[in-house]
Design a protein around this ligand. Sequence first.
Ligand SMILES: *Cc1c(COP(=O)(O)O)cnc(C)c1O
Length: 376
Amino acid sequence: MTDRIREFLKNRKDEGPCLVLDLDVVRDNYHAFAKALPDTRVFYAVKANPQPEILALLVKLGSSFDVASIGETHAVLAAGCAPDRISFGNTVKKESDIAAAFKLGVGMFAIDCEAEVEKVARAAPGSRVICRIHCDGTGSEWPLSRKFGCEPEFATDILELAHKSGLIAHGISFHVGSQQHNVEAWDRALASAAAVFRTCGERGIFLAMVNLGGGFPARYLRKTPKLESYGKAIFRSLRRHFGNRIPETIIEPGRGLVGNAGVIEAEVVLIAKRSPEEDLRWVYLDIGKFHGLAETIGESIRYPIRTGKDNAEKVPCIIAGPTCDSVDVLYEKTPYPLPVSLAIGDKVLIEATGAYTSTYSSVGFNGFPPLRSYII
Ligand SMILES: *Cc1c(COP(=O)(O)O)cnc(C)c1O
């Protein structure tokens, strides 16, 4: 929570839950990445929060961008980014979208299987391709798991096919899982990447780049290591596995760049006790899983929730959203301590909600409008 956000919320006139995001925090985070990983270029993962003001700021700061779709490509170009600073990082793309991105000047694409290489070779001839290898996501709170990436042993064959198809086999990418708590999580993937560099070299294909992905955490309830520790651990692993021939590296932070820049203000709609004996209370907010808090699925991400009464005694509560859908419960397995004196109509602040919230909001399920965003 920054003074600017506090001031904005104090003067806000309209009703309903909203996200307020402070661009100064995004700017500070960008500089923190540049400092922690000084030889690594930043490609902002647009899906974390694609608001035009954020993209425009990052263009101005010199960031590059990781996009997953043609829509995100247009958004980044509209913010003033040159197409040579865009990486199309989704390994699952329609051929027509690859062709459209290529026509707009995008020249770098992620692939993780032979069929995707064939698509890129046809739709974006001569482009650079990065082969994504699989990571198991251990240590992360939001793993990206088995959906993406080939087994490292297969990457050399896939990159060789790319090379023979007239593409530039440019490097390796991976994602260690989002909200990664273990600063050493990059080590194993970098060992695999170095092995692929060697086997490709033996076949006369010289890779140049390692895309270190995202995974850098935002601070929620659980304490996280400092960005500096991630930078140091990654550099040590690069040295360990690549020796004096450290390749060009890029990172694709999403959560770590915008997560802590945003705060959601919401309101308590109802506090209910469901039996005379039970102490557990149900606290219903005017925001839930369908209005941006989708990352509470499995209670993975535990947001800090502040109230105006945090000095009062706290009792365990089940927190739920306002819709008539029973999956719309935020925290139940592990109840959330909230003040005894919390009352219907009170405002609550859900902190570190700058990433993966506003675009997860449904267009109007149950008649609730989508989450409003203010970028200040
Ligand atoms: C989502 C995503 C990211 C961003 O991950 P964070 O953990 O939010 O930093 C980076 N790269 C790719 C390919 C992604 O899909």
